[in-house]
Design a protein around this ligand. Structure first.
Ligand SMILES: NC(=O)c1ccc[n+]([C@@H]2O[C@H](COP(=O)([O-])OP(=O)(O)OC[C@H]3O[C@@H](n4cnc5c(N)ncnc54)[C@H](O)[C@@H]3O)[C@@H](O)[C@H]2O)c1
Length: 273
């Protein structure tokens, strides 16, 4: 399906842990569309994950960076510009982690140190990436930054825990920074609100199977896969979406627009009969 719509474009992709990661699929799609990419992940994830396999396929260099560390991000942006021979066109922020979710601590009993860590890793990191990129003037005019979100930013999903509040901050950062970056350098910043997807981060959420099943049966198109999400990211990195910025874009097969579906009603009727 590749059309080389990113031919000549260069960008950084955060968050490819293994072949299920949305970032992994996006790296493959960006490579197939003609982009030159740099891959990055937290040092510990690079040791546990398979990023070097992906780097070989995509002919990409790998630079470790903890997204909560400004010096790491400065190093990443500078080295990427050296590799690219100048400014870049796009960045994918595909990062999420909540110690409260990992340790199964109920939302109402949250550990605040963990909560702050969740926000630092999963939301402030977008601000940090944008600030470092802006200071280094690392992104070309009409360049595009995309981060991944979930509908728990707007509606409550028990089990998604402090990640719901954190995704609300992430979407707000995209809107707010998108204003300033657009004004200063015509750089676009958006979030994609993706369907539940079977990945390491996704399946760590308590009750994920049920979320997945419910969304699949609610959405008229069914759940969007990681590959579909990757393709949507590609359109946002391309020149075909130049005037889209400061948006949270639902990529969920219609889930966000549906109240209740025929399939869910039928399932409940069957269960109650
Ligand atoms: N899987 C889903 O159901 C789903 C749905 C909507 C949105 N999302 C979002 O998509 C994004 C990618 O997640 P995924 O589902 O591909 O799972 P994933 O587990 O494959 O990716 C999460 C990535 O975050 C990285 N990360 C964690 N801490 C980091 C740090 N300090 N510095 C740098 N990187 C760090 C991990 O190493 C990992 O590569 C996340 O923002 C997630 O919240 C996922």
């Amino acid at each position: 399906m590749a059309h080389q719509i990113l031919k000549g474009k260069k960008g950084i992709i955060f968050g490819a842990l293994d072949e299920r990661s949305i970032a992994w699929k996006t790296a493959l799609a960006a490579h197939a569309e003609g982009a030159e990419i740099v891959l990055t992940n937290a040092p510990i994830a690079m040791r546990m994950g398979k990023i070097n396999e992906l780097a070989k396929i995509c002919n990409a260099q790998v630079i470790a960076a903890d997204a909560t560390s400004t010096p790491d991000l400065e190093n990443l942006i500078q080295k990427s510009m050296d590799i690219f021979g100048g400014k870049m066109d796009f960045i994918l922020h595909s990062i999420g982690m909540s110690p409260n979710v990992r340790k199964n601590i109920p939302y109402t009993e949250t550990n605040y140190e963990f909560f702050l860590k969740t926000i630092d890793i999963s939301a402030l990191s977008l601000h940090r990436v944008l600030q470092v990129a802006m200071k280094a003037d690392a992104i070309k005019e009409w360049g595009s930054v995309v981060a991944l979100s979930y509908i728990a930013a707007q509606r409550t999903f028990p089990g998604y825990n402090d990640m719901g509040d954190t995704k609300a901050i992430l979407e707000s950062v995209a809107r707010s920074f998108g204003y300033y970056y657009g004004l200063a350098k015509k750089v676009r910043v958006n979030t994609i609100s993706q369907s539940p997807t079977l990945t390491t981060a996704g399946s760590g959420v308590n009750g994920f199977d049920v979320f997945f099943h419910y969304a699949e049966k609610t959405s008229p198109l069914g759940n969007a896969s990681a590959e579909d999400c990757a393709n949507y990211c590609i359109t946002l990195f391309s020149d075909y979406t130049r005037m889209v910025t400061m948006q949270n874009l639902f990529h969920d097969g219609g889930f966000s627009g549906t109240g209740v579906s025929k399939m869910i009603v039928e399932e409940l009727q069957k269960a109650n009969s």
